[in-house]
Structures are given as C-alpha cells and as structure tokens.
Design a protein around this ligand. Structure first.
Ligand code: FE2
Length: 179
C-alpha cells in the first residue's frame, strides 16, 4: 500500500497535536520523506501539476500547511527566515542546494545582519530537511525543481525577514515571496 497524501495529513494532525515542538516536527519530516516515495503522488502533485504554488492542505485547527512548489525556472533565494514558524522542505524532483546561515552579530540592529554559512548540503528527491523557527536559510535550485513544503502556519500572515548578502540589509518579506 502506497503512503497517500490523506494519510500523511492525518498523521501530521495526530503528531503535531501531541507534540508541536521539534520532536513532532522531526516525525513529520520522516513522514514527508515517506510520502515522497509514492511515485503516483509525485507525478500527480509535482511532475504533472501546473506551474506555481499550490496549497494542498491547510489545517483549520492547528494551522499547518502542505504546499507544492511547482517551479519552472531555476532560482537562488536570499537568506531568509520563516518568522515564528518552522518549515520542512521535501524534494520531489531534481534537487535543492541548501545553506543554513548563522548570525555573527547579536541581532540587536533590526536593519542589519552579518551572516556566515554554517551548513551546506543538497536535498535530493525523497529527502526532507527541517528549518526551525527563527533559523535562516537560502535555497538554490535548477529548472523544474519541485518540492513539497510543510509549514507550521500560513507564512503569508506572519512577519519574516530576508537578508541582502552583499550589504547585510534586513528586509521584511512580503506575502507570496515563496520559500
Ligand atoms: Fe525557506
């Protein structure tokens, strides 16, 4: 029996209602890797889906979202956080190169940040990575890279930052600045 989207959602509900912290999120990450092994799911929701950002599910009580990012063109994102939320990225097709950043400054200046790369790795199909609340990361993917994200809440509704690597300027992110 393949692991289906409905079962994944039901598992996320159950896991996150019992443990919304890092332990529960790690269980969700493992379940997402399981879901991405379902070739029919990947074909229907990722390979053959229309380009764009698709909300596959939003939980009415817990607020988490399951999103399919159907990218056409390669993109390098600036370093950014997910505000007070967390995000789990699960690669469906191609790959995403991830950099996790650490702040070298003390965070006291809201307009400026000094970053250094802490970890670099590639997410390949079937692999999922977790980015806890407040963590800064950047992504770099080729044409037609597709991934499924689970976020703790609708990121369009919370304050988030992105950082200009050259100048260190901190900018608020606007809704729909996906990723
Ligand atoms: Fe992100």
């Amino acid at each position: 029996m393949a692991y289906e989207l409905d079962q994944f959602i039901s598992d996320c509900r159950s896991i996150l209602s019992h443990d919304p912290g890092p332990g529960g999120r790690e269980q969700v990450r493992t379940k997402l890797e399981h879901l991405l092994k379902n070739a029919d799911f990947v074909r229907q929701h990722c390979t053959e889906a229309p380009r764009g950002l698709h909300v596959l599910y939003e939980d009415p009580e817990l607020g988490f979202q399951v999103l399919a990012h159907i990218n056409d063109k390669a993109r390098v994102s600036p370093p950014h956080d997910h505000g007070a939320s967390w995000a789990i990225y699960g690669q469906a097709t191609h790959y995403t190169d991830m950099i996790e950043w650490e702040r070298e400054d003390d965070g006291s200046d809201p307009k400026h940040a000094k970053l250094r790369p802490a970890k670099k790795y590639r997410l390949n199909p079937g692999q999922a990575g977790i980015y806890q609340d407040g963590k800064i990361h950047s992504i770099d993917y080729p044409d037609k890279s597709r991934f499924v994200r689970v976020t703790g809440t609708n990121l369009d509704k919370i304050q988030r930052i992105r950082i200009d690597l050259k100048t260190g300027e901190v900018h608020q992110m606007t809704p729909q600045q996906a990723t």
